[in-house]
Design a protein around this ligand. Structure first.
Ligand SMILES: Nc1ncnc2c1ncn2[C@@H]1O[C@H](COP(=O)(O)OP(=O)(O)OP(=O)(O)O)[C@@H](O)[C@H]1O
Ligand SMILES: [Mg+2]
Length: 229
């Protein structure tokens, strides 16, 4: 279980302080699929970065099964993230000097698994293993980034608009795959999206606006084939 309590986060721009997260509290159950919805600039990515331990918060706490990660030293936090979590970034963040296969292997190496080709096949990138990120389309890079995160076999997966660069068919395939894996391995999945239809797939829908949670509702999840796009 992840317990987020009164999290605050600001960014400074010269003398101006911009408060992006204004006291957010949220509990996420183990194995739950939670979607975060909200307008652009409402703080979704910042919130995901903060609860995954990628960014430090100013105030509040983020506990995983009772352990407050905001109190961890850098080295301890890095080890925690490496062991437990994976992240699909809005901007992919692939290593430009590594091929698709090597990028995914970087994720897989962490759990001692070597063969990542089936994973690339699963995300529809068979034959693209040896391409570098600069030789791939945005949607292909996004899928490498999804494969890399899954390769880590995380307990908690954070995904920031993981289908934002994909066309409908590829997007649906990717969600089908991700959610099947999440259900099967009981992964806790926290996904950011703009798409109200995608939100219908989740166990819980959390809406943000201007750095606050404005609603938090349980949902009876639909299947990928039942939603619009
Ligand atoms: N590193 C940073 N330095 C300064 N300001 C930042 C930084 N990161 C985010 N912000 C500001 O925080 C606010 C929230 O940004 P965030 O990226 O969390 O929004 P978002 O909800 O993910 O938006 P989008 O849907 O467009 O991705 C924005 O006003 C943004 O300008
Ligand atoms: Mg964002």
């Amino acid at each position: 279980m992840i317990t987020v309590n009164l999290v605050e986060k600001s960014y400074r721009n010269g003398d101006v302080e911009h408060k992006v997260l204004k006291g957010i509290s949220l509990t996420i159950e183990t194995g739950e699929f939670v979607v975060l919805l909200g307008p652009s600039g409402s703080g979704k990515s910042t919130f995901l970065n903060c609860i995954s331990g990628l960014e430090r918060i100013d105030r509040g706490s983020v506990c995983y099964d009772g352990t407050d990660i905001t109190r961890m030293k850098e080295r301890e936090l890095t080890a925690f993230r490496r062991k437990k979590t994976a992240f699909v970034f809005q901007a992919y963040y692939l290593m430009p000097s590594l091929t698709a296969e090597m990028n995914v292997r970087m994720g897989a190496n962490l759990v001692g698994k070597k063969d990542v080709v089936p994973l690339l096949e699963a995300v529809g990138l068979k034959g693209k293993e040896k391409k570098y990120p600069s030789q791939l389309s945005g949607g292909e890079q996004q899928r490498v980034s999804i494969a890399r995160a899954i390769a880590k076999e995380p307990e908690v997966l954070f995904a920031d608009e993981p289908t934002g660069a994909l066309d409908e068919e590829t997007g649906r395939n990717m969600l089908r795959y991700l959610i099947a894996l999440q259900r099967e391995r009981k992964i806790t999945l926290v996904m950011v999206t703009h798409n109200e239809n995608i939100a219908c797939l989740a166990d819980r829908i959390v809406r943000m606006n201007s750095g606050r949670i404005i609603s938090d509702e349980k949902n009876s999840p639909k299947t990928v084939d039942e939603i619009g796009w």
